[in-house]
Ligand binder design. Structure first.
Ligand code: BTN
Length: 255
């Protein structure tokens, strides 16, 4: 491990093959050596983690695997804002490198058509509102031209290379980090713009959607989505508002 490689802010901490960059970020927080905007990036991961306890395939040299440490001022933004900001930053960075036709899928998968290109895992441990901390873990398939059968059977997957945007993971890193820092800053002072850009990026405004929380599933037209009021759906039973923090799935529905 080398800390830091550029002496500037954000600091980039480069690892070879590690268990998980999120783990390395948490280790530096636990050691008390982490700074806001530190970026842990690895060539590969042996225990890359995805959302919902899934594994993130992390072949050495093929993907971008990074964890960004975000230490906002107390009380910190609502966690869904971090998720939206990270998804937008990845989408924008890929767009800057020439990727067309990508969109966000709830909460922050970057997809091309129905194939997943990138995933984001935002974590906190022992969250204290007086000292908020988030580890924003991002995995992007960059050079892969094929995927393990088990993964390909689970869902459609793609990479920048397969989409005709052959790039070095480091070029994507350079594009992504400033965008991520800017989007994370907007979670405090530009929440309306953030939510509007997020909805645009999903392409779901006015669409018929199905929204699932721990308690209910609601179908109807998506009227609005914002950090203050949550998701507003015009269902057959009238308007229903759902708290963003409890939304597990938000998909276009084929009714
Ligand atoms: C998902 O879509 O399920 C989220 C995937 C997040 C993967 C990244 S790779 C870098 C960071 N380290 C991890 O262990 N996971 C995240």
């Amino acid at each position: 491990m080398r800390i830091p490689d550029d002496g500037g802010v954000p600091r980039t901490i480069r690892h070879d093959v590690v268990d998980s960059t999120n783990e390395r970020a948490f280790a530096s927080l636990a050691e008390g050596i982490a700074l806001d905007a530190d970026v842990h990036v690895a060539l590969g991961q042996t225990s890359g983690r995805g959302r919902l306890g899934r594994r993130w395939e992390s072949p050495t040299g093929d993907g971008l695997y990074l964890s960004f440490i975000h230490l906002p001022p107390s009380p910190g933004p609502p966690p869904p804002a971090i998720t939206m900001a990270a998804g937008l930053a990845v989408l924008e960075a890929c767009g800057e490198l020439g990727l067309d036709g990508a969109r966000l899928e709830w909460p922050n998968d970057v997809v091309v058509g129905d194939a997943k290109l990138a995933g984001i895992l935002v974590e906190s441990r022992g969250y204290d509102p007086a000292r908020p901390h988030f580890v924003v873990g991002i995995g992007v398939n960059v050079r892969q031209r094929s995927f393990p059968t088990e993964l390909a059977e689970e869902r459609l997957v793609t990479s920048l290379a397969l989409e005709g945007v052959t790039q070095d993971p480091n070029e994507l890193l350079d594009c992504l980090v400033p965008r991520l820092a800017a989007r994370l800053a907007s979670t405090i002072d530009s929440q309306e713009d953030l939510a509007r850009d997020y909805v645009d990026a999903t392409g779901l405004e006015g669409a018929r959607v199905s929204v699932t929380t721990g308690k209910q599933r609601v179908e109807g037209r998506l009227l609005s989505l914002d950090l203050e009021n949550g998701v507003l759906v015009d269902s057959v039973d009238g308007p229903v508002t759902l708290d963003l923090a409890h939304v597990h799935a938000l998909d276009r529905c084929s009714l």
